[in-house]
Design a protein around this ligand. Sequence first.
Ligand SMILES: N[C@@H](CCC(=O)N[C@@H](CS)C(=O)NCC(=O)O)C(=O)O
Length: 214
Amino acid sequence: MITVFGEGRGFRVVWLLEEMGLAYRLRPVDLLAGVEKDAEFLAINPAGFIPAIQDDDVTMVESIAIMEYLMARYGPTPLAPDPHDPAFPAYQQFLHLGEAGLAASIYFVVVSRNLAPEAERQNWGAGKALAVFKNRLGLVTRQLARSPYLAGDRFTAADISVTYALQLAQRNGGVILGQAERAYIARMSGREAYQRAMETCDATRALADRTRGQ
Ligand SMILES: N[C@@H](CCC(=O)N[C@@H](CS)C(=O)NCC(=O)O)C(=O)O
């Protein structure tokens, strides 16, 4: 049985597991309560960030690497196009842009806005991170004008990667997304596997409920 530790970007992993129909359990990790008190989780990831997974004797961190591991280990799956498929380059690019370009940037905007001391909320680093996010978002907008999914005409793990980042920006980063991105999120979150993942992920669902309509 695969164990997923923590939500946040762990939502990507849970959504992927639901898309693949694999059995798993979610073990919550409460970062705000203080991860230093969670000895069981620190034994899995001594660096204390989420998500992590345990799969028999495999322990991993990094949500995109975890998704790639699961698709390679339990695939083949249409969620990961074959390297010879014409969809592969766009798939690979957006799978990684979702974290390296989008989520990793907006995360520092989110923590500055929500967790930093009042006087440090408007800091230069957060402004630069927001500018980087918006710059990379332009590539997503351009791609959505060309195709319904980021890798072309079918859903892949790249859509899981980017949808998570767009929702983080919308829910916690103060970003107002355009019509194309909002319609894309609505399509992605209408998927049955997404809905099942939301049922499992209590913290993500609570956040979505709190920020709906903002
Ligand atoms: N690139 C990593 C980012 C992991 C990450 O920063 N996770 C956040 C929550 S989603 C976290 O644990 N932050 C607390 C910390 O880094 O100490 C991934 O995709 O898994």
